[in-house]
Ligand binder design. Structure first.
Ligand code: 5AD
Ligand code: SF4
Length: 478
């Protein structure tokens, strides 16, 4: 296919390069030239987000940019002039979903030939995906990567005014861009990025390539964002990073994530959460700060991935089963009411039955409050993808089912411990299924449904737990 000037296909090899060069913190890089500002006048956009919280937060920035360009959001793709997919590349099924969706939405172009399609996020950072999109998804007009979000106004101008197909993906380590607009999707809960990228290079994971190198925001910029959110009436913030424990390492600052967590707590916002924490560098100082501040929620997502030390080694996780368990019990000893959730991958290349049994026995020991479980999915360009694998898919599926049955058992047991107790719930609003029912989350991140009262969404109310299920609790406000 003819390559247009300016097209830069992403390159996973280049993305692996990590230098000791410090990331640049750009305070004024983003701007919308005057002739572009009115580009969205009278036009509607539909934005769909796939994947993790980092993508959710990026979508708030994309919405912020589009609305500064006078686009209006719509809820259905049928009503849109621009359809933008913010994509996820973590597993093949995530990618298949996006490709299926883009394929099926093509039909809308028949009724509206000027309809524009854009794709951004992690899939845009993969060379094979971009090559496939350019070749076979001819209706996609715009592709941009995770490092190019601030360029959206110019890229859209190129598509809408010059009529070009626009592709801009940089395989770079990444900088920090501070002055991007944001349209928060929630009124009471907000995501706050504290760092970007990941340098852990777990052997199965695509994220270090799609999101670039670990780079932290300045502490003062983060704290200022939290102060503003508090002043605007937000009740809960979640500090976001692929591995929040690494916060500040690149800035050579004292205190690291524990220090940031403590300073955030002192601002006095009602609820602080954070995600995700790698078990390798979860410090005693962090445990101490979480224990000391009432507004840091007693809930930790602590992905274990496998309960077998040999598999953990091949995964490049940097801890053994025993080290994980030591950390787990240390947290539970210091903060007994702390809820802990995890991520687990089954069917990593050549995982034996015995190694899988080690994962089950770790689940028996930890009795997690919640778990996200996956069948290993080879990701092009990662070390694990070139490992031979002798485990059949049917075996992997059986292991996943067995694992799910096991952790569900404990999740229910954990929920049963709440029966009769009174918990504080931050009200999200009407439950999706029934407007007479309100739902919200406890401090330990349990979903609670209770009969509608005069409470408003954003209120923190006391609820007595009267019944429990595997994934939620029922109660009455008191
Ligand atoms: N296959 C399956 N699961 C994966 N995860 C990350 N990469 C893969 C992969 N290639 C899971 C891990 C991680 C979570 C976000 O997704 O469990 O913690
Ligand atoms: Fe992926 Fe490992 Fe980084 Fe998590 S810590 S994003 S699993 S490489």
């Amino acid at each position: 296919m003819k390559k247009q000037p300016g097209w830069a296909l992403p390159n996973l090899k280049d993305a692996q390069v990590r230098t000791t060069k410090e990331a640049v913190i750009e305070k004024s890089l983003f701007q919308i030239p005057e002739q572009i500002r009115l580009l969205g006048q009278g036009k509607k956009y539909y934005l769909r987000t796939y994947g993790c919280q980092a993508n959710e937060r990026d979508s708030e920035t994309l919405a912020g940019i589009l609305e500064e360009m006078n686009f209006t959001a719509v809820e259905h793709p049928e009503d849109a002039d621009l359809i933008l997919m913010n994509t996820c590349a973590i597993r093949k099924n995530a990618e298949d979903k996006v490709l299926g969706e883009i394929g099926s939405l093509k039909r809308l172009k028949r009724k509206k030939p000027d309809l524009l399609f854009g794709l951004c996020g992690c899939m845009a950072q993969e060379e094979d995906v971009v090559a496939k999109l350019l070749e076979t998804y001819r209706h996609v007009n715009l592709i941009f990567g995770t490092h190019n979000i601030h360029r959206l106004p110019e890229l859209l101008y190129d598509v809408m005014v010059n009529g070009n197909r626009s592709v801009e993906v940089l395989s770079k380590e990444g900088d920090v861009i501070e002055n991007l607009p944001v349209r928060r999707f929630g009124k009471h809960k907000a995501w706050v990025n504290i760092m970007y990228g990941c340098d852990k290079f777990c052997t199965y994971c695509i994220v270090p390539y799609t999101r670039g190198k670990e780079r932290s925001r300045m502490m003062e910029d983060i704290l200022e964002e939290v102060r503003i959110l508090k002043a605007e009436g937000f009740k809960e913030i979640t500090l976001l990073g692929q591995n929040v424990n690494s916060y500040g390492k690149d800035l050579h600052m004292e205190g690291g994530f524990a220090g940031l967590l403590e300073e955030t707590a002192k601002i006095g916002i009602e609820r602080i959460r954070f995600t995700t924490s790698h078990p390798w560098d979860f410090t005693d100082e962090m445990i101490d700060v979480i224990a000391r501040y009432d507004n840091i929620m007693p809930f930790i997502h602590l992905p274990v991935q496998s309960g077998d030390s040999d598999i953990l080694k091949i995964m490049g996780r940097r801890y053994t089963r025993e080290q994980y368990l030591t950390l787990f019990h240390k947290i539970k000893e210091r903060i007994p009411y702390c809820a802990i959730s995890t991520d687990i991958i089954v069917g990593f290349p050549n995982e034996t039955e015995e190694q899988f049994q080690n994962t089950l026995s770790l689940v028996d020991e930890c009795r997690f409050d919640n778990a996200f479980t996956f069948i290993y999915s080879p990701r092009e360009g990662t070390p694990a993808a070139s490992m031979a694998d002798n485990v059949e898919l049917a075996v992997k599926q059986r292991r996943l089912q067995e694992l799910n049955e096991r952790w569900n058992l404990y999740a229910r047991e954990k929920n049963e411990e709440y029966l009769g107790s009174v918990v504080k719930v931050l009200v999200d609003g009407e439950s999706k299924k029934n407007p007479e029912v309100f739902s919200g989350y406890t401090e330990t991140n349990k979903l609670v449904n209770f009969r509608r009262t005069t409470a408003q969404s954003g209120d923190i109310v006391s609820v007595k737990i009267t019944a429990c299920k595997t994934f939620s609790l029922d109660g009455e406000q008191i």
